[in-house]
Write a protein that binds this ligand. Sequence first.
Ligand code: GLA
Length: 728
Amino acid sequence: MRRILLFLLFITPAVLSHAITDPYICVNTDNTCIILHINEDNRLMFMHYGLKVGDTGQYTGYNSYRRIDYGTDPMAYPTRGGRFYNEPALSVKYSDNDVNTELEYISHTISDIRPGVTQTSIIMQDPKTSLEVRLVYISYSKEDVIVAHTEITNKGNKEVTLENYASSAINIKAGKYLLTHFHGAWASEMQLAQEVLTHGTKIIDNKMGVRTTHTENPSFLLSLDTENFNENHGEVIAGALAWSGNYKLAFQVDEFERLSILCGINPYNSTYPLRKGQTFTTPDMIWTFSSAGAGQASRNLHNWARNYGIYSKGKMAPTLLNSWEGAYFDFTTPVLTGMIDDAANMGLEMFVLDDGWFGTDFPRNSNQQGLGDWQLNTKKIPEGISYLADYAHHKGLKFGIWIEPEMVNPKSNLARKHPEWVVKSEGRQVTTTRNQWILDLCNPQVQDFVFNVFDETMKLAINKIDYIKWDCNRHVESLGSAYLKNQSEFYINYIQGLYSVLKRIREKYPNVIVQSCSSGGGRVDYGALGYFDEVWTSDNTEGLSRIFIQYGTNMIYPACTTGSHVSAVPSHQTNNVTPLKFRFDIAAAGRLGMELQPKAMTTEEYQFAQKAIASYRTYRDLVENGDLYRLISPYDGNHYALMYVSKDKNRAVVFAYCIKYQGRTKTPLVRMYGLDKNKSYKVTELNTTAPSFWGDTKTFSGEWLINQGMNPQLVKLYDSGIWYLQAE
Ligand code: GLA
């Protein structure tokens, strides 16, 4: 018997260890854990998410003191049914009209996927209907990140209907819950919204279908036991859903002051039929827990993203000049080669040809027509894309080009040829946004078309296109797919269709850099970033607006993903006029680029740009890979400051800005929390002839810079500075 037990222990350690002794399942990272409990009724309950609690044996005899005849304690994956009455993660309608699901634990396995990455997979089943649910938690030890998803399989004999099918649920108890989330609109994305949760359910969601992050981002931070957001202290949970379609994050504070968080695809018009034998896999939900404030929560997400979550694995795109705000649709070859000359002279590394290069019968000379007809407009560029790419390469630049393959203008050959590919409901008006319709990516023929747009564009200059800017300039309205029988599958199938096209593209073009643009800010999520190298953070390139947009975006997504360009003044988006230095100093806190006509710059501006670009190249590895510390919040008043620190804390770059005039003697206090207190650092202000800190080029201890801090004389509106710190 003992030998058999030992054998079983060898082949299925986790399953057996539970069967014999241990009713607890621990999903561990280096510092945190989720603890689940298989109770006496074989239900999987949620015990803990936070710092490690030690030996789970200590839970023996645990009593929640909850009435046993009234509802249930928190479940790991709450379902509609039985005694459960709160917001469910899963609700299913069965063919006999039963609407209850009651999952019982069946088994679990724990396996190492690669060093530092462990997968815990738990199978549960509804005994009456045989619906099977597999909860999968992948834990990333070093990053303190747990990525969860759910697989729902219909093991019964009849089709069932999924009504809610969240990716992941957690349940915690704290004295207070301060929720930070990111609302916005086109050209003002990722603005901070903060509120202390009260009883009831707070929902953050989106129903726009295909570009869902202008108005709200599927991510949040939750500070526990406090009403105050703190960068460096306190417990914080952060989460981000990896899905580019409709999503829903629900935060319910219940009658016991417990907070349940459910995250996943938005059930809005998305009941999903699950045929016999079919499995539905939800998107990933990325969780992290920090006991050292919001800053550490962001850094955990950034570390995970750079190691696993972004297609580029954290490699930042080159500095670039984009043609859009400098030329819009109005260019010919000499305009573009002139821009390439200037990009090279200024020290940039890539030229990106934006919208306007295609369309023959309906030339794309404005946003009124041409989308869908991806043939070169030879009137504008008779020499061909290959010529431009060669021109750029000979100047030492990479070459990129813009596409928007999911869209079609009514005025195009494509719209005439394939009206059935357009998202619309027969007999109703088809709405246009920016004069365009959206193609139905649920349809495999459209998926092939979209793949081919990318492929054919790449073939316009074989092996010479280094970067594609993938745009998506409208959301879904007038929903309807001629291809689908069941319109409630649209939102899911569209995004799955998009991902499957992107997967094919990545198989064929693993090394081309691809930007997720979507009107700037419209597809900023970890679902998209699994295929894209970076995002176009916002169409708003104006410096002051960018402070807030980048501050919010980089709370969840690392700076290496966020394209940020210097553009002309008055700003085309806000009319605001800011100094060139201010614009450079904020763009340099992300992936730096320019988006203007260099020929319109003065000699002085041009020379400043050359210096700013050269100095960026000396510290950009810190922007790319360094740890972000937010030093002063732009929401706290007059200044904004942040720093990136190398992992060994030997080098750092600090950025600070005056964003509101208060008084000529009111200097900011920039405490450099990311430094090592035991090292000494030489502080040098970059890219200026008039340093704003009295200690310029002096050496200070880390202890001094952290606890006393620097007080640069940034007192006038739009004063700004960048400091390079080198340990000595
Ligand atoms: C969108 C993008 C811009 C630009 C235009 C081109 O608005 O966000 O950057 O590419 O489309 O039409």
